[in-house]
Design a protein around this ligand. Structure first.
Ligand code: MN3
Length: 201
């Protein structure tokens, strides 16, 4: 087994009432675990993956054997995206960022409310299953949605903040009310984690 499910850095119900404990438990223990299991099944027998983090693999997707490349994009993307999603959230999250993050947001989107509106609108308008991302691309902040489990790392972008828009991320509590889930998610965004990521780009 090359890849492992990371532990959640907080209790399942720590993000309530914004994201409920049952959703978190299924999402982490079942959905994320399945991506890890399928990724391990995909790369099983390929020794070149041993000791190589999934982010590094995705950044160098062209060197992954063609036969398993799509499996690595889907399941490796799922593993990488969810690992980041948990760290992007915190029971002490929400509010507005400071530091370099705020500076970068102001530089690209004028101010935090405009950034928040644009990210929210992009998320609401995402069709089907996918994620909305804040990334650094060519030294600029970019908001975009990507389908399925496609990682921005595949495209040379460095992700700072991600929002899972698959129905499994919100359906138990919010059913079809995706916009309500998106609105609630802002209350648990871990801006310190975003700041830490920005500093390593
Ligand atoms: Mn998910």
């Amino acid at each position: 087994m090359i890849y492992e499910l990371p532990k959640l850095p907080y209790a399942f119900d720590a993000l309530e009432p914004h994201i409920d404990g049952q959703t978190m438990q299924f999402h982490h223990d079942k959905h994320h675990q399945t991506y890890v299991d399928k990724l391990n099944a995909t790369v099983g027998g390929y020794t070149e993956f041993e000791g190589v983090g999934i982010e590094t693999v995705l950044r160098n997707i062209k060197s992954v054997p063609e036969k398993i490349r799509l499996g690595v994009i889907n399941h490796g993307g799922g593993h990488s995206n969810h690992s980041m999603f948990w760290m992007n959230l915190s029971p002490n999250g929400g509010g507005e960022p400071g530091g370099e993050t705020l500076k970068a947001i102001k530089g690209e989107f004028n101010n935090f409310p405009e950034f928040k509106d644009k990210f929210t609108e992009t998320a609401i308008n995402t069709f089907g299953s996918g994620w909305t991302w804040l990334t650094v691309k060519d030294e600029k902040l970019v908001i975009s949605s990507l389908p399925n489990q496609n990682s921005p790392l595949l495209d040379g972008q460095e992700p700072l903040l991600c929002l899972d828009l698959w129905e499994h991320a919100y359906y138990l509590k919010y059913q079809n009310r995706r916009a309500e889930y998106i609105k609630a998610w802002w209350n648990v965004v871990n801006w310190q984690n975003v700041e830490d990521r920005l500093k390593t780009v």
